[in-house]
Design a protein around this ligand. Structure first.
Ligand SMILES: [Zn+2]
Length: 119
């Protein structure tokens, strides 16, 4: 069975996770810095730990963005049969970036063939 775990297009999903890690990383770093204000000398150790966690999170976000970029170069460009807008899909099954319709390249999974409707 071909299941779809993502609720939106895979490329959009990767961008979302990249953004989440960026925000978490920045938030943790800000929290760590705030620790110095609240706990003084002891807060510096906490700040250092939080900084490292923040840095790791930011590195993950960069990796996710980089991975998404690599994936999108191998993505299939096609026109969405539902909204008519050009979208990218990853793998054999993905969702439209705009209307989130499930698109597939596998004829066995398809319920409609848009190329045949126009000809
Ligand atoms: Zn669409």
């Amino acid at each position: 069975m071909n299941k779809i775990f993502f609720k939106s297009a895979k490329i959009n999903e990767f961008r979302l996770w990249g953004l989440v890690f960026t925000l978490v990383g920045m938030g943790v770093m800000i929290l760590g810095t705030a620790g110095i204000v609240f706990w003084g000398q002891a807060g510096k150790i906490i700040a250092a730990i939080f900084m490292v966690i923040g840095m790791i999170s930011l590195l993950i976000s960069v990796a996710v963005y980089f991975w998404a970029g690599m994936m999108s170069t191998s993505a299939t460009m096609l026109q969405c049969p539902e909204c008519g807008r050009p979208t990218k899909m990853l793998g054999k099954t993905d969702r439209c970036m705009y209307c989130k319709t499930i698109l597939t390249l596998d004829p066995a999974q398809a319920t409609a063939a848009p190329s045949e409707q126009h000809s």
